[in-house]
Design a protein around this ligand. Sequence first.
Ligand SMILES: [Zn+2]
Length: 416
Amino acid sequence: MRKFQFRCSECGAAYREDEVRLVCPACARQQKPGGVTRGVLEVVLEELPSTWPSAPPSSAEFLSAFLPISSPESLPPLAVGGTPLLEVPELRRALGLRRLWVKDDTRNPSGSTKDRASLLVLAKAKEYACETVAAASTGNAATALAAIAAASGIRAVVFVPASVPEAKLVQMLSYGALVLPVDGTYDDAFELCLAACEEFGWYNRNTALNPFTIEGKKTAAIEIAADLAPEIPDAVLIPTGDGVILAGLAKGFADLERCGLIKRLPRLIAVQPEGSAAIVNALGKGADTITPVPGAASVADSLTVQAPRNALQCLRSIRASGGGGVTVSDKAIIKAVAELARQTGVFAEPAGAAPLAGLQAALDKGLVDRDERVVLLITGTGLKDIPAASRAVQKPSPIPLRIEAVAKRLQHLSKG
Ligand SMILES: [Zn+2]
């Protein structure tokens, strides 16, 4: 039994697990509909390991050493995490960064970092004997919930914008989730999911509202630190929508610092699309909270959000790490999808490739130095959004079945 408490990230109040399930009841009184989530809870484990576990990172033994679960048997039977930290020699050469790594989280079971959050939420759903878990999502969180619920024998209900990319929709339907496309934005889906969970008594996996979404994502930071030990990354670039992945990584590094497995925190750098940049805008203004971006839009659908739900904790995490934020254009994101694929062999969706676009901006702003140890977190596979990736490539016309035609095409390409 791994003992823990919840601590409110706003007011610092502590709660036992049997007292609350989602947010701090005191701070939740200030909640505005559609606004940032108030009273986001952090998990504070009583004990953490003092040495790196010898078991592989995606094993129950490794995960249960760092996660707030009663026993390793609570974990759903899917191998989540344990993704590679790639050395990317071609990309290093192209950018002139000798110590650059790519954390390839496209390799999770449903193809995104969101599986890390869903793994822990479903483990807790099993401990709490919940029959249905619901979530609102731009696509990946819903798919991750659907996948891991399928493996766990728990019903998943997901609310997504009707504009969700086709591949994500087909994926979540294939896993057997009850999919409710809403005639509205992700922010609208979030509110409807909240109301439905209250009405029908479902366990809510909405990002940040459920504290285990943040705690689950911390495993990405723990793996990065374990792979680089005894070195520590100087900066980690993280695609940022609601701010939960960033806060999750911050929690992971903070836990490791607390138990002495790392001696300092890496700087965390949020990468947001220009059309959906509430958190980076707030950083620029020195503000403690965000101003929502009505009509937020980007080719990176996973990062498109008007009012980032975990903005408050995300802003605090970035500042505590000494990090910062950058915005990137849709054009730069699409270019990064192709460059990442060509120079590393990792095919990412637009949100996943955004950190590569953000790296240039971070170098230009002086947030990252070329001599530093830099990690790009690549969060989702390119197979989730083929129409976006197809904007960065040219589809060749078919050739006749003759060797002369091959020679002619080669000649043509060498001229081009
Ligand atoms: Zn509170």
